[in-house]
Write a protein that binds this ligand. Structure first.
Ligand code: PMP
Length: 394
């Protein structure tokens, strides 16, 4: 068989192996990005599904509009207007999870060899999605406030042909960091100057458990260069596979064509269930409930790390979302230590996977939302003992 060049850029096996390992029931996993099962409002969704199937069964099981269900898009537009994004239902395209949004952005913007500016580190599966279009991720340095503007400007000047910028400015995956308002304005201004479209991925933004919300880039986007991407995965359920894009009309049209080629439309049944859930329940109450649960787990993980991490190590203090990021002293290789960790029945994702074009071995991502309190205590203790022992051996 002769395969496309494209498929050779879609190698997800390394991560699949880590996730297969961490799916073992005897492993305490801080690796995969799964929401906590107790975060799902199962009963409310069951009632919504019953109602949809008994009142509008044939319609729910039928094909529907490729842009998505208008009543759901209207509700989303109302939510986003309240958060400062000026939009109507007409500006929204429903997608099959925001992961599909990444793929559609690739279809709409990328040719082989094109450059995509991104944070360094960034969401691993976004890098894979863009690489599947045979493009080059062009990493921009980041600090605690977001993309470093000087580095962004340098890269933009050196690569005026860059086609797209991909960013996660709030509770970033993998670091948990949130960009300051100044950086958001600075990045938007530079992108406008260079005519560079931005894809703003915000699946975690609603899960804030301390501090004040920072405006999205989309809410400040007067030039219409930002595509905003939202998702129900972390606030309701990833199993629904529902995400959405918000973009200026001419751009949304392009995404809609790409979407039709990919899968015609997003699941009618899922959309109707979500729409009915939103009609009959208070999503914000669910978000407050989940945030309280995740905050407790974050606090516990941070206090365990503070106690157990070796001298010279540090970690981020996310104000929301699901992840935190640990930087260990140079010399520790978090990838090489994976088998040792597996033998001790604990798992994380090695940091190197999240960097485009930089071999950083001493970092790791921890996901604190899916482990129970006793697992967090035991898991962090075990993991940190391995780090301390490794450093002691030199
Ligand atoms: N973007 C980011 C930053 C993510 O972390 C994830 C999932 N973990 C996604 C997109 C994809 O999410 P979904 O397709 O479930 O909406």
């Amino acid at each position: 068989m002769r395969f496309s060049n494209r498929i050779s850029h879609m190698d997800t096996s390394a991560l699949r192996n880590v996730l297969a390992l961490t799916a073992r029931p005897d492993i305490i996993s801080f690796a995969g990005g799964l929401p906590a099962p107790e975060a799902f409002p199962v009963e409310d969704l069951r009632r919504a599904a019953d109602k949809v199937l008994s009142a509008r069964g044939p319609a729910a099981l039928q094909y529907s509009a490729s842009l998505g269900l208008s009543s759901l898009r209207e509700k989303l537009a109302r939510r986003h207007r309240a958060q400062g994004i000026s939009c109507t239902a007409d500006d929204i395209l429903m997608v099959s999870g925001s992961q599909q949004g990444l793929d559609l952005a690739g279809k709409v913007f990328l040719e082989p060899g094109d450059a995509v500016l991104c944070e360094n580190p960034t969401y691993l599966a976004a890098l894979t999605a863009f690489r599947s279009y045979e493009c080059q991720p062009l990493p921009v340095e980041t600090d605690d406030e977001g993309m470093v503007l000087e580095d962004l400007e340098r890269k933009l000047a050196a690569h005026p042909e860059a086609k797209l910028m991909y960013i996660i400015p709030t509770f970033q995956n993998p670091t948990g960091k949130t960009w300051s308002l100044e950086r958001r304005k600075g990045v938007l201004a530079l992108a406008e100057r260079y005519g560079l479209p931005i894809l703003e991925d915000n699946p975690y933004g609603d899960l804030r458990y301390e501090g004040e919300p920072v405006p999205t880039l989309k809410s400040m986007d007067t030039a219409g260069i930002v595509t905003y991407m939202g998702s129900f995965s972390k606030v309701l359920s990833p199993g629904l596979r529902l995400g959405w894009l918000i973009a200026a009309p001419a751009l949304l049209e392009k995404y809609a064509s790409a979407k039709e080629c990919a899968d015609l439309q997003t699941s009618t049944l899922s959309q109707m269930v979500a729409d009915t859930y939103l009609e009959d329940n208070d999503l914000d109450a669910n978000i407050r409930r989940i945030s309280a649960l995740y905050k407790k787990r974050r606090d516990l993980m941070l206090s365990c790390l503070e106690r157990d991490l070796p001298a010279g190590a540090s970690c981020t203090h996310p104000q929301g979302g699901l992840f935190l990021w640990v930087t260990l002293p140079e010399g520790i290789d978090t990838t090489a230590l994976m088998p040792v960790m597996a033998a001790r029945k604990v798992a994380y994702i090695p940091g190197v996977s999240f960097f485009a074009g930089r071999d950083v071995r001493c970092c790791l991502r921890l996901h604190y939302s899916n482990a129970a309190a006793d697992q967090i205590v035991r898991g962090v203790e075990t993991m940190c003992r391995v780090f301390r022992d490794t450093l002691a051996k030199g």
